[in-house]
Design a protein around this ligand. Sequence first.
Ligand code: GLY
Ligand code: MN
Ligand code: MN
Length: 434
Amino acid sequence: MDSKEFARRRRQFMRMIGKDAIAILPAAPVRHRNGDIEYAYRQDSHFHYLTGFPEPEAVAVLVPGRIHAEYLLFVRERDPLRESWDGPRAGTEGAIERYGADDAFPIEDIDEILPGLIEQRARIFYAMGAHDDFDAHVTAWLNGLQAGAGPRSSRTREFVALNHVLDDMRLYKSRAEQANLRRAAQIAVGAHRRAMKFARPGRMEYEVMAEVLHEFRSHNADMSYTPIVGGGANACVMHYRDNDRRLCDGDLLLLDAGCELDYYASDITRTFPVSGRFTAAQRAVYEVVLDAQAAAIEKVRAGNHWNQPHEAAVRTITQGLVKLGLLKGTLARLIKEKAYAPYFGHRTGHWLGIDVHDVGDYKVGGEWRVLEPGMALTVEPGIYIRPSPRVSKEFWNIGIRIEDDVLVTSGAADVLSGSLEKTPEAIERLVSAA
Ligand code: GLY
Ligand code: MN
Ligand code: MN
């Protein structure tokens, strides 16, 4: 992402918080897996959004309108020995030259410098509760100020939830962000195609997962969440992650896999018969989910509200469940009583962006949020049928979800993952093309 994009975000953010405010954002901490082994480092999403700075042990401070420097970074200093183990650091010079800070200081100096900056401001934008260790520092700086003797030290200061402002900004994707989301979706489309061609009876779920990860890593992307590779009955386990069962003839495979590329996520699901042919019952259920997804995507339009795609999916799925003989009653009553919920127990989507389940309120002032161009979301209805004496046996263990990544535009929705096969015929062709 271009450094101008981060500068533009900081300018907009500072305009929004105003001149009597200061914003403090810590980088994500390094997390240990065990012993000396660390998890792969991933920067905090808000911190990344405003800085693009990729290192831990850093703090970004924004002080709108401050004469000498509005944007300060506290960072690790250069250290040849540590860098010979962990790789290069930007240091204070790099923070200014490469990451656009107006001024930069060693992280060790923050206790001396930051209280003086806070002292000048009445409102502190900070995500209290999101960073356990850092919360204590912020509280200590503030307590130190209240106890001080300076003319401005005891003025009233209020904490303001940083998330309110940043969540809202992040909801509207710029052109550069939209391009990143499209690339992340394209890589995941390739991974799903590869998995469909590879899967067949006798192969293991984890072998299919390996194909997916190979495709992600070949494009310098990584999984944005642990893929769900659920064959047969596992397709009905919403958060199935074991991915260790053998695929059998007659199984459907539900593959929910997306990648993160340069901090932007994709999240795609396809469900396909591992033998290359849907059974009549599988296909009948598949077509209901496919119709539900089409009905939901049709409602992803600027001016519609957040819940309209879900309402469309619920309606189509409930109608379909009646047609399949799985529900009985009038459509209006079945919808009102949520009779579909045992088969379709999740919502139809979520915001998508730097986080897979991206930030942004779904309701504003108690009402569903109105969709606007630049918002990105998933559309992912499903039907899951667990064994039950009330259900005809041919439907047992059918679990189907179809999930695409969608951008709201001023016209019809832009389906970022729309090139991935989805009709039963196209899926059967691709799975059989091995
Ligand atoms: N893969 C997570 C989700 O679909 O929300
Ligand atoms: Mn998903
Ligand atoms: Mn999803």
